[in-house]
Design a protein. Structure first.
Length: 258
């Protein structure tokens, strides 16, 4: 497996003077695999790797049924490598900081209930409240927008997720925490119950990427016809260039306050 010269994997290997040959081989193999994976996302220089990219790599490994032990080892290899890059002043920021590996003891994050969300919004004029939702969060944001009269920015939103997820019933694993759970028909029915028959176009800003590898962006463009739309050429489901569109998000929010 070849990797770009910018990764300096051989030089990194030479720095591992206290590691056994087998350990060095494992490190270099893991880094080479990661370099090859990010190259398919048009990332050829380690300085362009972000924490979100590393998290997406962890999710990719989990999706492909890699064991928790394997994922933890590969992340440890990345930490070792990027730590070396920092010490050698080859990069300015370590993208592995804050990245969690699957844990048997991890707990699912607590989420707000509908009543809690309504209580947060109640003191405000709904027209000045703007939600931001991505993927399945985009579907939830749309449901809340029509229910509460707020506005929403939707980033690569899921459209009819109850249809998309119906083929995944059964045991599942949280891609970030490693928690196991079961997707049931009841979950699908709950999603379907959140669907809204019609949307209010003036309440939405859609930001969608043509390179979304998870969802078909055409579905979002069609579903939110008449809404303000930004179609990003290429990119991916995580919309790694989201920071470039923050001015648009803020401007959309400010228009709602007028």
């Amino acid at each position: 497996m070849e990797s770009s010269a910018e990764w300096e994997i051989d030089t990194f290997a030479q720095s591992l003077t206290r590691s056994s040959p087998n350990t060095v081989a494992a490190y270099t193999s893991d880094i080479a695999q990661f370099a090859e994976w990010v190259s398919r996302r048009s990332i050829v220089n380690p300085s362009d790797v972000t924490r979100d990219v590393v998290r997406q790599f962890v999710a990719f490994l989990a999706t492909n049924r890699r064991s928790k032990r394997t994922i933890s080892r590969k992340v440890a290899s990345l930490r070792k490598y990027f730590g070396w890059m920092i010490r050698e002043h080859r990069i300015a920021v370590d993208p592995t900081l804050g990245v969690k590996t699957p844990s048997d003891q991890g707990r699912l994050p607590r989420v707000l209930t509908n009543d809690q969300l309504e209580a947060l919004i109640a003191p405000h004029d709904p027209s000045v409240v703007t939600l931001v939702g991505s993927s399945l969060g985009g579907f939830y944001a749309a449901a809340l927008t029509e229910r509460l009269g707020v506005r929403a920015v939707l980033v690569n939103p899921a459209v009819r997720p109850y249809e998309l997820l119906a083929g995944f019933l059964g045991p599942q694993q949280n891609l970030y925490t490693g928690e196991t759970y079961e997707l049931t028909p009841q979950h699908i029915d709950e999603l379907r119950a959140l669907e809204v028959d019609a949307i209010t176009p003036s309440r939405y800003l859609l930001i969608t990427a043509t390179g979304d590898e998870v969802l078909d962006y055409h579905s979002g463009v069609e579903r939110y016809t008449g809404c303000e739309q930004i179609v990003v050429p290429g990119s991916d489901h995580g919309l790694r260039e989201f920071d470039r569109y923050l001015d648009h998000v803020v401007a959309f929010w400010q228009r709602g306050r007028v």
